[in-house]
Design a protein around this ligand. Structure first.
Ligand code: FAD
Length: 486
């Protein structure tokens, strides 16, 4: 086996460590923070617990695969359940849509509440499943930078269907043409935010995303989202991976075009191979200073960021579920602010994630733990203190109106996560949640590959490289590294 240094213990770094250990390599992870998990961590405020970052869990089999690789029964180490309701949607006019995971029930509910013909919903979900069937094997599971991907059976069967992939129209244009009711358009447009993109710019191909929820399913880890990285950290230890926390890597050392080692506060650490799970921009700008950069790839526009209020709420709102969306009165304007103006719209779409609906010990009895989030532009030097003050006021006003109760007096404890904190804590460029945005049809081809073609022995995994951000794609980036590891 080779010695491998992994820079960062985000979900992709952990998965990569587990996969490379299976291949017989001697793996050491260097992590700047005092804890593993990166964005996928938790916070505790008084008697409340919150998952700090991701809240939606899809494709659990990509977590299980890591246990199975080592001959272990995943269920014994990592437990999760399928959600019966994917999300509750609240519209400004008082309409509520409870999106059941069961497609028949979902179609019926949407039809009842909006009059949208069921066949339109049926068609949209069928299209989403078609996109997934043809595009996932190519764009999610393989490197786009290996000829073998493009001459594979999966590639050839897709070439004849190119015109059906909706590369040339925006997600919104496709949804607008498909549905009669504006509320349904908005519901389906929202899937663009699952990777920090703008439905008015992202290609219709992104309508692949609803299939994850309706075709494959939305899940919740029984011990909370944080258990994903906690369990994988335990698995990594079990299979012999070594960890150094509070150990930031400041340099990747090269010799004759080959990766030779890394530098930390403890000095030089020699290694045969390096995998960077650090954001790709930071990897080039901070660890590979003076080396030639793939400027075009690393300068692509970044995804949106988030502003989150973690609120301990001393009331149990029975009408709220695990995932709740309170839609903006003008979706187009909201995205115009986030992606073109770099500001926050006065009536933002508010997402509330309440894990205590699934895991009661996350909040005291009769209370709820509200992870209250709005999408915001990535950090371009805005006056965030001002943005936060304004947004907090607008969010409270909106929720108080929609829930018919003054929310502010119910807040017992509070903490805030903003784009600057996301950037500082995980080295994510501009505090983007998902690396590059998918706001143009070439985005899939403009992510950095999972290896370096110029520097031998250097690999990349995580949300800022191929195939993209979000837990499932990060896990697949680790798989692609391991599959192409030499
Ligand atoms: P990261 O989590 O970015 O971690 C990178 C790690 O590397 C960090 O621990 C960092 O400290 C370390 N590091 C960086 N530089 C160095 C260095 N020089 N030396 C040592 N260590 C270093 N995804 C979903 O699937 N569903 C969701 O619902 C969802 N919601 C989200 C909500 C929020 C608020 C956020 C922030 C993200 C969300 N995401 C969601 C995205 C998801 O969290 C990320 O795509 C994923 O967790 C990124 O994992 P990663 O492996 O790229 O590493």
């Amino acid at each position: 086996g080779k010695t491998v240094a992994i820079i960062g213990s985000g979900v992709a770094g952990l998965a990569c460590a587990i996969r490379l250990a299976k291949k017989g390599h001697i793996v050491t992870v260097f992590e700047a923070n005092s804890y593993p998990g990166g964005k996928l961590t938790e916070i505790k405020l008084g008697d409340y617990r919150f998952d700090a970052g991701p809240s939606l869990f899809t494709l659990p089999e990509e977590v299980e695969a890591l246990y199975e690789l080592h001959g272990l029964d995943a269920k014994a180490y990592f437990d999760y359940k399928k959600l019966h309701s994917t999300c509750k949607y609240f519209y400004p006019d008082g309409t509520e849509i409870n999106a059941a995971a069961d497609i028949e029930a979902f179609k019926e509910e949407v039809h009842q509440k909006t009059g949208e013909p069921k066949k339109n919903i049926e068609k949209a979900l069928r299209k989403s499943s078609f996109l997934y069937e043809f595009l996932a094997p190519l764009f999610m599971h393989k490197s786009l930078h290996k000829l073998s991907t493009w001459v594979s059976k999966n590639a050839f069967r897709s070439y004849g269907k190119l015109s059906k992939f909706n590369f040339n129209r925006s997600m919104h244009q496709v949804n607008q043409a498909r549905f009669e009711n504006e509320k349904v358009v908005q519901l389906f447009d929202r899937y663009a935010t699952y990777n920090g993109s703008n439905p008015y710019q992202a290609p219709g191909t992104m309508n692949i995303i609803p299939h994850l929820e309706f075709g494959i399913g939305a899940y919740f880890p029984t011990k909370g989202m944080h258990d994903i990285t906690q369990s994988l950290y335990q698995l990594a230890l079990k299979v012999g991976v070594k960890f150094h926390f509070n150990t930031s890597v400041s340099k990747i050392t090269l010799h004759e075009g080959k990766a030779k080692g890394i530098v930390t506060k403890y000095g030089f650490h020699k290694t045969d191979r390096i995998v960077s799970n650090m954001d790709i921009v930071g990897t080039y700008e901070r660890l590979l200073k003076g080396e030639r950069k793939p400027t075009k790839l690393i300068n692509q526009p970044k995804s949106s960021s988030a502003l989150i209020f973690y609120w301990g709420i001393k009331k149990d709102f029975q009408q709220l579920d695990l995932h709740n969306i309170f839609f903006s009165n003008d979706y187009e304007k909201e995205f115009e602010h986030i992606f073109n103006k770099g500001s926050v719209y006065e009536d933002p779409t508010v997402y509330i994630n309440i894990t205590s609906t699934q895991k009661p010990d996350d909040a005291p009895e009769g209370c709820q733990n509200w992870f209250t989030m709005i999408n915001v532009p990535n950090n371009q030097g805005q006056d965030w203190d001002e943005v936060i003050k304004e947004a907090r006021k607008n969010i409270l006003k909106k929720l108080s109106t929609q829930l018919g109760e003054d929310i502010e007096p119910l807040i017992e404890v509070e903490d805030i996560l903003d784009p600057i904190k996301i950037e500082v804590r995980t080295s994510s460029t501009q505090g983007a949640l998902y690396g590059n945005s998918s706001n143009n049809k070439y985005a899939a081809f403009l992510r950095h590959p999972n290896f370096s073609s110029r520097i031998k022995g250097l690999y990349f995994c995580g949300g800022s490289v191929h195939p993209g951000g979000g837990i499932p794609l990060c896990l697949l980036s680790a798989k692609i590294v391991a599959d192409n590891f030499e």
